[in-house]
Design a protein around this ligand. Sequence first.
Ligand code: GLN
Length: 534
Amino acid sequence: MSRFIFITGGVVSSLGKGVTAASIGRLLISRGLQIRMLKLDPYLNVDPGTMSPFQHGEVFVTDDGGETDLDLGHYERYTGMPTSKKSNRTAGQVYWEVLSKERRGEYLGRTIQMIPHITDEIKGAIRALAEPKVDIVLVEIGGTVGDIEGLTFLEAIRQIGLEEGRDNAMYLHLTYVPFIRAAGEIKTKPSQQSVAKLREIGIVPDALICRTEVALPEDARRKLSLFCNVPFSAVLEERDVAHSIYEIPLMLHEQGLDELILVHFRLARPPARLNDWRAMVETVTHPQRRVRIGVVGKYSELQDAYKSLYEAIIHGGIAHGAGVDIVRIAAEDIEKNGAESSLAEVDGLLVPGGFGQRGIEGKVEAIRWAREHGLPFLGICLGLQCAVIEFARHACGLEGAHTTEIEKAAPHPVVCLMEEQEKVTDLGGTMRLGAFPCALAEGSLAARLYGARRISERHRHRYEVNNRYRERLEAGGLRISGTSPDGRLVEMVELPGHPFFIATQAHPEFKSQPMAPHPLFRGLIGAALARTGG
Ligand code: GLN
């Protein structure tokens, strides 16, 4: 029988609810429990696939091709378990499903209402994860308590507490306890009000996790306990971490959160096994050496747009006991000032995925500089496409080589849509999404890094390297080191003779984990360290 933990957020957004949920997931696994994780998003978009990175940050792609919330990335990185489309449900999907059932006549003419129809659909999504061997289903509710669109979700999780019994459901509230500098004081009132709002709906939290900048003094904890009706021992502090978000599971463990959960559910389990995690955190917080990696992207200002990518770079450092300073470079700055001024400062270059025209020439210019100056380079998705464009233009003499995403009538369309895609008019339908197998050429850098000849990576793109140019690119010296198993799609390219120059059509960053750094990122950081002589 599964139990349920619900995590809500109070006062403000951006408290790191996803990281907290993922950290709790890690703790439960460290106690030998089988878990599943679910993110409920109360917004009305059907999925984040078509949302702007300014609004939503990264779109995380699952093996089964789900375009999901970036919190699923945290879940995978902290728990080491793959998520799927079932791990993320939006209000848009819930309403869509209910309205489709209504149109099909499945409600037999009854009046369709928020309660019970919408709430039943939400409960169905939660219970779908409660498979027989699962001990605990961990459910994070997006948004902040008090949001109108969150109400049906809170109502649904309240009902689950009633139906499963309070011993089988636990409510954790992540709240913000601000430090008012001018008064030199910690303030508990916003949290009191947030909990009051929850209680109005009928949810009484079993524990408070307080996000704070400073240590939570005992009197503030007492106050929170009294006014929020939560036992003193269940008022925990989650202070801003000094070095790494991977410290958070340890911080919560030291305050007894995993034990608190086991006691609530009357479960007995052996002590937490966190030694490997602790060793990893030690590497991150006390690196032996440092390298600088330049990331040339379209959104240099947006931390969340490349969430998994930045994490994967850090993981690459962990593999070498090294800390990585990520230097975010706006591709448009390279267009204005040239590559030299930005890239002379870094030990490696990463060009990530992206869509659209903005900054593309800057990316091409950066890759050219890396190719000509022996700077270690890893290209991802659009990064591979830019590498192919660059190589075609400057090493194969194919002037005006481009991707048809940007230049429909390019004289040399080295990156284009596949014929069968040309016929599809619905944009969503043409996207290559989810896990695809790839065969690696014997003796290639790719095969050496992966230590395998057959791999699987996740994709999210429309355009592909144009097969009509494969021979010319190879004649120029570019090695096509990875293809789809049937050989029809170019998946990876590399440059023999260069210290480290490799690009992939996939998004390897989605599969990198702190306890299992991805081979391509490990390779990039290794080559960058070698360049520094470290
Ligand atoms: N815009 C490119 C395509 O659709 C690359 C996409 C990406 O980098 N994710 O093929």
